[in-house]
Design a protein around this ligand. Structure first.
Ligand code: UDP
Length: 481
């Protein structure tokens, strides 16, 4: 171990094993590597393999000698994670395996045996309180990173208030009733705009309890990092700061990374599936801002009926489209039945004439392509930020977690598009696409263009996120002594 390495802080970064989490925390890892902080990045075995297979992590991080990829031991659920039950299986097995492993990793004996510098602090995913427990036990400072929006986080955090006030449970009924007890969002949120977990009938269900208790533990962390920026979520952040004073907004991370690396505006994607770049060639042949990009992220699943409603709506709108249809978008009983696109869609001439379909797209590059003028999205937080940074208006069809809140903010607060939640009907799909891409195109593009400027300004020198990352780095230095 060199003398320099001994003087440097050594941060363990521990994301929840899901694409959006691993991806954005890897961007944070790179930002900290640029500040010469030593990083151990902890992932499950299957994510380790996917990172090596599908991303340029090896070449990208080879210039940072202080970066190490470390894997958790076997025994963690490796099946599908498209349903809440499956995600819970992953979460529970992760807790079991991680606890003894983290204890061992944080002990100084371990550092000596590995001839590395001891870990001086942890940045853990804000839903992994197992790391918080071990960090407190071993007296290692810990910072939380939330991969969701600040507005989504705050809605989660206020759930006990909703229960006390009798606003929950509502068991999926009368979804247009407005909610009074999310501080700062009074009358904005309806039942349908609360995080999807709030639709439960049983407040004792394991997934609901997990989400509730994980979020409530956040104030125990030394600091809280968000992938967002002040001009977008400043108002909500002012409420969060009352319970977690040490909040760092350093996003949009992918844009921030580009500023700090000082490279041209190229993709920072750490995609965990193989990207089909042929769609860029197709986009090159389209007119400016005429294509609707359709993608529901890495988790969302749809029924065959819903997929066909989208298809009819798309085709009837007459708008050109680039559509990501993941092989597992429609769940099947076994992998053999998996198929990227239903046959009837492929056979239809009109699909080829007006649309292009891929199994997985280079999303950042797609959104920054001049031909793209709209995004039909599931409102995942990474997708939302990527769209904001490129000034692309959105139609939101949220699936779960914070996406219900994000889509409400896109439609009603930021005015960056339309919220289509809880409906999947070809006539509505068609109408919303026409509104976004034709009738109200200028209005949405102008608003999205203004937010794009603010997003980019925040990650430039003297911008709020740029400044907050410097503050975070100073904080890590201080707590690591
Ligand atoms: N993504 C991609 N190609 C695709 C679809 C998605 O690279 O075809 C990336 C997208 O750029 C984003 C991430 O996958 O960074 C999805 O994260 P998000 O938070 O939006 O949704 P999740 O997958 O967690 O539901």
């Amino acid at each position: 171990m060199s003398e320099l390495a001994q003087l440097q802080p050594h941060v363990l970064i521990f994301p929840f094993p899901a694409q959006g989490h691993v991806n954005s925390m890897l961007k944070l890892a790179e930002l900290l590597c640029l500040a010469r902080i030593n990083i151990t990045y902890l992932v499950t075995l299957n994510f380790h393999d996917r990172l090596l297979l599908h991303t340029d992590i090896k070449s990208r991080f080879s210039k940072y000698p202080g970066f190490h990829l470390k894997t958790l031991p076997d025994g963690i659920y490796q099946g599908k994670t498209n349903t809440v039950d499956e995600v819970m299986m992953l979460y529970d097995s992760l807790r079991l395996v991680a606890k003894p492993f983290l204890r061992e990793l944080l002990s100084s004996d371990q550092a000596q045996s590995e001839k590395s510098s001891p870990i001086t602090s942890i940045i853990a995913d804000g839903i992994l309180s197992v790391a918080l427990d071990v960090a407190e036990e071993m007296d290692v400072p810990i910072i939380y990173f939330r991969t969701i929006s600040a507005c989504g986080f705050w809605a989660y955090f206020c759930i006990p208030q909703l229960i006390d006030a009798g606003e929950m449970p509502f068991a999926g009924k009368d979804m247009d009733v407005t909610i009074a007890n999310v501080t700062g969002m009074e009358r904005l949120l309806r039942r349908r705009d609360l995080p999807s977990f709030c639709r439960v009938q049983d407040l004792g269900s394991p997934d609901f309890r997990m989400v509730l208790s994980e979020t409530q533990k956040s104030p125990r962390a030394w600091g809280l990092i968000f992938n967002t920026f002040e001009d977008l979520e400043g108002s909500t952040l002012s409420h969060i700061r009352k319970i977690c004073p040490n909040v760092y907004t350093i996003g949009p991370l992918h844009a921030h990374l580009k500023t700090r690396i000082q490279s041209p505006w190229t993709s920072s994607s750490n995609s965990l599936w193989e990207e089909d770049r042929s769609c860029i060639g197709w986009l090159d042949q389209q007119h400016s801002q005429t294509v609707l990009y359709v993608s529901f992220g890495s988790f969302t699943v749809v029924t065959r009926e819903q997929l066909l409603e989208f298809w009819h709506g798309l085709v009837n709108s007459q708008v050109r489209f680039l559509w990501v249809i993941r092989p597992d978008l429609i769940p099947t009983k076994n992998d053999k039945e998996r198929k990227s696109t239903p046959e009837e869609l492929e056979l239809e001439e009109v699909t080829k004439e007006r649309g292009y379909m891929v199994g997985w797209a280079p999303q950042e590059d797609v959104l920054s392509h001049p031909a793209v003028g709209g995004f039909l999205t599931h409102s995942g937080w990474n997708s939302t930020l990527e769209s904001v940074v490129e000034g692309v208006p959105m139609i939101c069809w949220p699936y779960f977690a914070d996406q219900q809140v994000n889509s409400r903010f896109v439609g009603e607060v930021w005015k960056l598009g339309l919220d289509m939640k809880d409906t999947c009907d070809r006539a509505i799909v068609e109408k919303m696409i026409r509104d976004l891409m034709v009738e109200r195109k200028d209005e949405f593009l102008q608003r999205a263009g203004e937010m794009k400027k603010l997003a980019r300004k925040s990650t430039e020198k003297n911008g709020s996120s740029f400044h907050n990352l410097d503050r975070l780095i100073e904080g890590i230095m201080t707590i690591s002594i």
